[in-house]
Design a protein around this ligand. Structure first.
Ligand code: 3UK
Length: 516
């Protein structure tokens, strides 16, 4: 591997497309809004001057708490161009989580979509480093509005002379234990993703139109909606609202993407709709991608039969920025994660650290040029995860005789719902914070279609119990830790299985066959 060398990703992803003659080409479309590569170049230059006027210097961090609108690439690429580090935040969290991440990252400014302002506004006075809130879209109220700042800014700016190994942006990753971790990605990682997974697996071309139901603040959506399409001057369709089966179908029909990126739950939910038919989708679709959690074999096969396109299941992570092990066009084996992709090396290590043999279970390690530089201010976790060139994924896999990888679960208790992390511990804490609940344990439980959802075992407190306690607890979890994390089933039990030291034995509960 070479480096370090002078490199600013904004030159490659924005300016280079204008140099290629794509200045008039649409880079992003959302609803009736369109942003060409030329307009993005101008706006991201203005953004450099906006950051300058806000006195945000090189290497300082700014938070982005933004929906998927055309302003997202403007703020993001403007910051990268300025050598300022955007910290992309999940828009589905609760205020305490934002307080933690804003403090942890020590951001100096927050760019927030107008609808999310009321949620985080109370934090303005609390976060010591935060000098400025800028409101994106809508009415700025007491705060400056992005559009106003851009309108007033000069459109000539210098692209910061950053280096290839310099931190370009952060994403937050939620781990099995403890608080979320700031994952620091370097300037060259997005192009590494584009030139390997994008070019060699998807065969991305400038005339492709990408649509990702996964939002841009997720590593998955970031690669699918920015790094990969922008690397070749292609077009991205953005959906700013919630990706429901109907809103996704409408988007497919209106914008005719060539590649659609979804998560297993969404593909399954779409297949459950009778109007999910090829004639109501995209006329140009050439393939779909699934990531975030394992795609059940059935969902892939049913989709292919009904919609006529393959779904390429691939595994990626925030730490690796994007997909490193995947099925590929012309080589799809449903029910597996496929094979390692060019640019990445894989190892499977058993519990003794020896290479696992064929069909033997091991932890998956990966090496490749899009690996993060480490976690922010978390040395022990960084050293455990980023072991030299090898990154520990925390996933268990087997590799069959033909070289296909089969997902077996996490090495810890974490699991994914609709591609979003659920920490059993966190949901348990939320349940226990309700007055009716004494103790709770949460495990992953498969629905009929094989998709994983949280299931709770709850020990109740004595006293008055609401009649609709199941509904009450669901709503309570949603309000406390996040909308997708509520238990889909609750079993009320007398006691929970525990170790001598009082740790809940979740593995025992996984064996219990519930009603769900
Ligand atoms: C799990 C999968 C089985 C696995 C991601 C695509 O999901 C992404 O990143 P996260 O950091 O989570 C990483 C973990 O999620 N996982 C992801 N994809 C699959 N498990 N099959 C899959 N296809 O546990 C992994 O360690 O949120 C996905 C691109 C970029 C990403 N960051």
């Amino acid at each position: 591997m070479t480096g370090p060398f002078p490199y600013n990703a904004a030159s490659e992803f924005v300016d280079r497309n204008v140099e290629r003659g794509y200045g008039e080409k649409v880079a992003f479309v959302e609803g009736h809004n369109r942003l060409t590569y030329g307009a993005l170049q101008v706006a991201s230059n203005k953004m450099v001057n906006v950051l300058g006027s806000l006195k945000i210097g090189r290497e300082a961090r700014v938070a982005m708490l933004m929906f998927d609108t055309v302003e997202f690439p403007i703020v993001y690429w403007g910051a990268v161009r300025a050598g300022v580090v955007p910290v992309c935040l999940n828009t589905l969290l609760v205020v305490d989580q934002y307080e933690y991440m804003l403090n942890d990252s020590r951001v100096e400014a927050l760019f927030v979509s107008a609808a999310l302002l009321p949620l985080v506004e109370p934090l303005f006075a609390k976060i010591e480093t935060l000098k400025q809130i800028v409101v994106v879209g809508g009415d700025g109220q007491d705060y400056p509005n992005l559009q106003g700042l851009l309108d007033a800014a000069d459109s000539t700016a210098k692209t910061a002379a950053t280096c290839s190994d310099e931190t370009a942006f952060w994403l937050y990753s939620s781990g099995s234990t403890g608080a979320p971790k700031g994952v620091r990605h370097v300037q060259t990682s997005p192009m590494y993703v584009a030139e390997n997974y994008g070019a060699k697996v998807l065969g991305i071309q400038h005339n492709d139109v990408c649509f990702s139901a996964a939002k841009l603040f997720f590593a998955y959506g970031y690669g699918a909606g920015m790094a990969i399409p922008m690397s070749v001057g292609a077009t991205t369709v953005l959906l700013s609202g919630r990706p429901t089966p109907q809103s996704v179908l409408e988007t497919l029909q209106t914008h005719n993407p060539t590649i659609f990126f979804g998560v297993p739950t969404l593909f399954a939910a779409m297949l459950a709709e009778s109007n999910c038919q090829p004639e109501n989708g995209s006329t140009q679709l050439r393939c779909c991608v699934s990531a975030g959690e394992a795609l059940p074999e059935d969902v892939g096969k049913t989709w292919l039969k009904r919609m006529g396109t393959d779904i390429l299941d691939g595994i990626g992570s925030t730490e690796m920025l994007h997909i490193f092990l995947s099925n590929s066009l012309g080589d799809v084996r449903y029910g597996t994660s496929g094979k390692e992709i060019p640019g990445y090396k894989l190892r499977l290590l058993d519990e003794d650290g020896a290479e696992a043999g064929v069909d033997e279970i091991g932890e998956l390690l990966v090496s490749g040029g899009s690996a993060a530089d480490g976690y922010w201010n978390q040395r022990a976790k960084s050293r455990a995860t980023f072991a030299g060139e090898w990154v520990h994924t925390g996933d268990k896999y087997t590799r069959d005789g033909a070289g296909y990888y089969h997902y077996c679960g996490r090495t810890d208790d974490m699991f994914k719902v609709s591609g979003n992390w659920v920490s059993p511990f966190e949901v348990e804490q939320a349940l226990v914070s309700h007055p009716s609940v004494l103790e709770a344990a949460v495990v992953a439980h498969a629905e009929a279609e094989g998709l994983i959802k949280p299931k709770a075992f709850v020990v109740l407190n004595q006293g008055e119990l609401a009649e609709d306690l199941f509904e009450v607890l669901k709503a309570h979890v949603q309000a406390t830790v996040g909308k997708w994390k509520y238990p889909r089933w609750i079993e009320f039990v007398e006691e929970l299985p525990k170790t001598a030291t009082g740790k809940i034995q979740r593995y025992k509960l996984r064996e219990v066959k519930g009603q769900g």
